[in-house]
Design a protein around this ligand. Sequence first.
Ligand SMILES: Cc1cc2nc3c(=O)[nH]c(=O)nc-3n(C[C@H](O)[C@H](O)[C@H](O)COP(=O)(O)OP(=O)(O)OC[C@H]3O[C@@H](n4cnc5c(N)ncnc54)[C@H](O)[C@@H]3O)c2cc1C
Length: 100
Amino acid sequence: MTHPLAELQTYVGAARLQCYYSLWLKDNGLPHNSEAAMNKWWAPKLAFDVVKQCLLAHGHTGYDEDFPMAQRLRDVLGLQIGDGTAQIMKNIIAREATRP
Ligand SMILES: Cc1cc2nc3c(=O)[nH]c(=O)nc-3n(C[C@H](O)[C@H](O)[C@H](O)COP(=O)(O)OP(=O)(O)OC[C@H]3O[C@@H](n4cnc5c(N)ncnc54)[C@H](O)[C@@H]3O)c2cc1C
């Protein structure tokens, strides 16, 4: 039960650093399309994974609509669509990586 939480905390820390790195690139006038796209596909997926694990950790209680986790799951799923989908972000990363 605790190991998934430890794993996700690790990933959240890494995603946060990736975001800071992208912002640092932008603040310094450096190219950041690829890094921004990495944040935009990974962080929403990670948010979904975190909420899903929270829901599962609470069993039936987590699934119950009396608790907010099912609604949170739907909320963070919207982030995987609303700010640009993962497929489009990966297209951007691949385009940048293969730019001649
Ligand atoms: C909660 C929410 C909030 C939103 N907020 C805003 C907002 O504030 N402002 C705004 O302008 N829009 C907003 N949107 C709209 C959102 O930007 C679009 O829904 C999103 O860009 C996907 O476009 P689409 O729905 O037309 O899907 P489509 O373009 O029809 O895509 C359908 C599927 O095909 C995939 N796909 C499409 N093209 C490719 C490709 N070339 N290569 C690989 N896969 C591909 C997509 O990844 C997706 O999985 C929001 C949507 C949601 C759900």
